[in-house]
Design a protein around this ligand. Structure first.
Ligand SMILES: C[S@@+](CC[C@H](N)C(=O)[O-])C[C@H]1O[C@@H](n2cnc3c(N)ncnc32)[C@H](O)[C@@H]1O
Length: 185
């Protein structure tokens, strides 16, 4: 191969000659990939949080809606999911409708960093350690005393869990960390 062809190949590797399609704005806000919690783990998380009927449960990054739907259907809670992907929001809203849970349960399209959590009794997180780290100051500032935060697989650094539950699903052991917000001094 001639030297000029080698240089061209190098330039193409760095910058392709065709226009790069614009990425939807939500990609830059995506803080974790969509990996659904296995259904038995969803139930274990809500059990571990001791969700009571009428309590308000948030799932930050609600994926296909399975956590909010299970909270409403099996725990008789009110539940709110927040999800950045419009496709997942649409499919979870359709699922909620099919289940007839619109009165108890909703999924909003938005960035989980921007949601007001001051009325939450339980917050569910299946995100990354770095995302939990980002959220920690907001949780400390806005959650009411006694609110519970449940983190699937990724701990919240610098917090001490009041309970850790381990359960097997889909061929591996999942860890569920439960934190309780202390009374503010
Ligand atoms: C690991 S999945 C968890 C899904 C669900 N909570 C569960 O346990 O099955 C993380 C979800 O967070 C969503 N997500 C990532 N960044 C987000 C953001 N900034 N705001 C809202 N949702 C986000 C992803 O699209 C994905 O659906």
């Amino acid at each position: 191969m001639q030297l000029s062809s080698l240089v061209l190949a190098g330039v193409m590797l760095v910058r392709p000659p065709w226009p790069i399609a614009a990425q939807p704005a939500e990609y830059s806000k995506r803080l974790a990939p969509f990996v659904p919690s296995p259904q038995p783990i969803v139930e274990k998380m809500l059990d571990a949080a001791r969700v009571k009927p009428g309590e308000l449960v948030y799932d930050l990054g609600s994926g296909d809606g399975r956590v909010v739907i299970t909270a409403a259907k099996h725990f008789k809670a009110r539940s709110v999911g927040v999800e950045i992907s419009p496709e997942l929001v649409k499919s979870s809203q359709e699922w909620i409708k099919r289940e007839g849970l619109e009165e108890q349960c909703k999924v909003i399209h938005g960035d989980l960093r921007e949601v007001d959590l001051s009325d939450a009794d339980v917050v569910i997180l299946y995100l990354l350690t770095s995302t939990n780290e980002l959220l920690r100051p907001k949780l400390e500032k806005t959650l009411k005393p006694g609110a519970r935060v449940v983190a699937h697989d990724f701990e919240i650094r610098e917090w001490n869990p009041s309970r850790v539950v381990q359960a097997e699903a889909h061929g591996r052991v999942h860890s569920i960390y439960v934190y309780e917000m202390p009374v503010r001094k």
